[in-house]
Design a binder for this molecule. Structure first.
Ligand code: PGA
Length: 250
């Protein structure tokens, strides 16, 4: 099953956090649908989190990968290393990486190729700024991001796109669910019509998803799941969100 709910822990966590999170999650999660769930911890905790999760088939991924496979690139981590650590996916092009680390669409395309070469499913993040949203140019901005990123990527076995409006991340604000649904329809349309060789698995929504708004989002037919930051740091809340998802979709 393709990933539907992905926790992005960003720069948070510790061994103690991993243990407590797994405990809280398992106490509150009421389904066996583990394979639809992914967690992206900081890379240094991938091994520890795998041990903490035990037999539960939750997938683990990284929050980033390098554009290169190996070499003199101090501080970087390659897709093959992430794969070698037991991960199945990686987040690519998150808006924090674009803004804080100046990642370009071209580099993001290179990272997609690295992920694909190493059989990792990339979660490509795209999203508009608040100003772009207010100027009603969201569709154009997203279409340009998709085209610029995918143009040099001839084919991908698998791809997940996360639509994350930059202004919705960590702000408590979200577009309304119907608006998100129509953006997701547009994203699917653009990828399928322009890049038929790319295996688009799903389009997730990200940006201030929490237990309270989860059901209104998951009721939308084109919202395949969610990429969750702040609310995913609490194992109990993440489990409750996953329960809502399973009730509506299983
Ligand atoms: P948020 O973050 O859920 O805290 O808004 C989402 C993300 O940045 O992926």
């Amino acid at each position: 099953m393709s990933l539907r709910l992905v926790a992005n822990w960003k720069l948070n966590g510790s061994r103690e956090f991993n243990n407590k999170w797994v405990d809280e999650f398992l106490k509150n999660f009421n389904s066996q649908n583990f394979p639809s769930i992914g967690i992206a911890p900081t890379s240094i905790y991938i091994d520890h989190l795998q041990v903490a999760l035990g037999d539960h088939a939750i997938k683990i991924g990284s929050q980033n990968i390098d554009i290169e496979e190996a070499g003199a690139r101090t501080g970087e981590i390659s897709a093959s290393m992430i794969k070698d650590s037991g991960c199945t996916f990686c987040i690519i092009g998150h808006s924090e990486r674009r803004m804080l680390f100046y990642e370009t669409n071209q580099q993001i395309g290179q990272k997609l190729i690295q992920a694909n070469n190493n059989s990792l499913t990339p979660i490509l993040c795209i999203g508009e700024s608040e100003e772009e949203n207010q100027h009603n140019i969201t569709f154009n901005v997203l279409e340009t991001q998709i085209i610029e990123v995918l143009n040099d990527v001839p084919d991908l076995h698998s791809l997940i796109i996360a639509y994350e409006p930059v202004w919705a991340i960590g702000s408590g604000k979200t577009p309304n669910p119907e608006e998100i649904n129509s953006v997701h329809e547009m994203i699917k349309d653009v990828v399928q019509s322009r890049f038929p060789k790319i295996g688009l698995e799903s389009v997730l929504y990200g940006g201030s998803v929490n237990f309270k708004n989860a059901s209104s989002l998951f009721k939308q037919q084109a919202i395949d799941g969610a990429l969750i930051g702040g609310a995913s740091l609490d194992g109990r809340e993440f489990a409750l969100i996953a329960n809502v998802f399973n009730e509506l979709r299983e």
